[in-house]
Design a protein around this ligand. Sequence first.
Ligand SMILES: Nc1ncnc2c1ncn2[C@@H]1O[C@H](COP(=O)(O)OP(=O)(O)OP(=O)(O)O)[C@@H](O)[C@H]1O
Ligand SMILES: [Mg+2]
Length: 256
Amino acid sequence: MPRIICVASVKGGVGKTTTVSNLATTFSKMGYKTLAIDANITGANLGLHLGTSSRNILTIHDVLKNNIKIKEAIYKHSLGFHVLLGGIYLNDLNNIDLSQIKEKINSIKKEYDIILIDCAAGLGEEALNAINASDEVVVVTTPELPSVADAYKLVEYAENNWIPISGVIVNKEGNDKFKDITVNDVEEILGKKVLQIIPKEKEVEQSINLKKPVVNLFPESKSGKSFQKLAYSLIGKDLNQKQSWVEKLISFFTKY
Ligand SMILES: Nc1ncnc2c1ncn2[C@@H]1O[C@H](COP(=O)(O)OP(=O)(O)OP(=O)(O)O)[C@@H](O)[C@H]1O
Ligand SMILES: [Mg+2]
């Protein structure tokens, strides 16, 4: 059964795109047919994180203008997963019909095991259309009170609309006792489980700069391990659990 997972937040810059690029890489390595979609229509930058930004590609913007079929704008990334990226120019935003996101994604859903949606920050029209197109939402926050308080609105919206929340990611954890609130506080405020804490690390910044996910560039770093653990916990597995022979076989065949 395919899963459409929306990675969302109300506050901007908390790490949604970083999470999507790292989850897509890890899920693909695990052998899942994965598609990463940039649904941050006004601020599309997943391609920058993945080193695939180009003037010459078809994008989700072309799809939402009804110019092309969604399949025409899906490309295979060298890390194994598929991507549907966004346009980066102002005039890409002309004549976009956001209400079509759900129908377009549903039309290719059965071809994937996991579809990750990189959502725009906030609860504006573009974010709500992406959230409503999803089967579940992963909420990203930093360990700061304003970010967590904002995240509560997202939890409320999802619950009011019967969209399950798979859990919360606390990103950029810096153990700053003057600024950071605890994971227990996050869970208490949001009433949701924290799936993973991701440390604030220079390796993440460096890997974004080098346009490669940290799980690929520095898989043994704390943040690299944390993103891998997150992927495993989203599918109910433990990172340290050995792969079964069936999984090894699937990984082998999807690689070649
Ligand atoms: N774990 C981390 N450690 C250090 N820096 C991080 C970490 N996660 C994200 N960042 C930094 O935060 C910046 C914003 O991350 P990202 O683009 O993933 O956020 P976003 O939630 O997608 O933002 P937007 O709301 O604008 O779409 C990155 O460019 C990176 O420099
Ligand atoms: Mg983003």
